[in-house]
Design a protein around this ligand. Structure first.
Ligand code: DX5
Ligand code: ZN
Length: 216
């Protein structure tokens, strides 16, 4: 069974508590929080105070996806705010700084993860494979919800699963972008274990049924 992490990027920002309680009530597994800085991506969303405010609202894991420049500057604050998984983009800083950021995340008791933009090949993840609890494969350009799923990312997903099985089999694969009840099948077939869905989850008439369809 795969896990579903609804992305609150598509929630009503005036009512985030309700949205998160809903994710829990509808059987969602994790809460995906998209952090954007207007620099790494052309959009600005939410930051540390919001993660902190959401932490007491749920016992579900907070899956915090940092789309920010040089994330090493902020990882400690996001962990302390309550992130359970903290994902940094490998395109957002040097290899050296990113490896140090992952070490820092792990040393603070949080699960470290890296994300790959669509244009970033699987090879770029090689130096990170052993350090990650999770790898996130983006199936849209990061920055906005509601974009079209890029099925051509599936070979990258499959390749990463093969490599991880050799060096870090416990590391999980997450897919983010354009996931719905149709595209989820391809993701599952190619090794995804956690699926993020923003617009499809929040747009579903029957959210509990949507969650079940994704998970099965
Ligand atoms: C995009 C974000 C995604 C976004 C997904 O930059 O990382 O998490 O919320 O939204 P949908 O599911 O609508 O593509
Ligand atoms: Zn995301």
């Amino acid at each position: 069974m795969v896990k579903l992490a609804p992305s609150i990027l598509s929630a009503d920002f005036a009512n985030l508590e309700t949205a998160i309680r809903g994710i829990d009530a509808n059987g969602g597994d994790w809460v995906h929080v998209d952090v954007m800085d207007g620099l790494f991506v052309p959009n600005i969303t939410i930051g540390i105070p919001v993660v902190k405010a959401l932490r007491p609202v749920t016992t579900l894991p907070l899956d915090v996806h940092l789309m920010i420049d040089r994330p090493i500057r902020y990882v400690e604050q996001f962990v302390k705010a309550g992130a359970d998984y903290l994902t940094i983009h490998i395109e957002s800083d040097t290899l050296e700084n990113n490896l140090a950021a992952l070490d820092k995340i792990a040393s603070l008791g949080c699960k470290p993860a890296i994300a790959l933009k669509p244009g970033t090949p699987a090879e770029a993840a090689k130096p990170y494979l052993k350090k990650c609890a999770m790898i996130l494969v983006m199936t849209v350009e990061p920055g906005f919800g509601g974009q079209k799923f890029m099925a051509d990312m599936m070979p990258k997903l499959k390749t990463l699963r093969t490599w991880l099985d050799e060096v870090n089999p416990g590391c999980i694969l997450e897919v983010d972008g354009g996931v719905d009840t149709k595209t989820c099948t391809l993701c599952k077939e190619n090794g995804a274990e956690v699926l993020v869905a923003g617009s499809a989850y929040f747009g579903a008439k029957d959210k509990a049924a949507f969650v079940k369809l994704i998970q099965e």
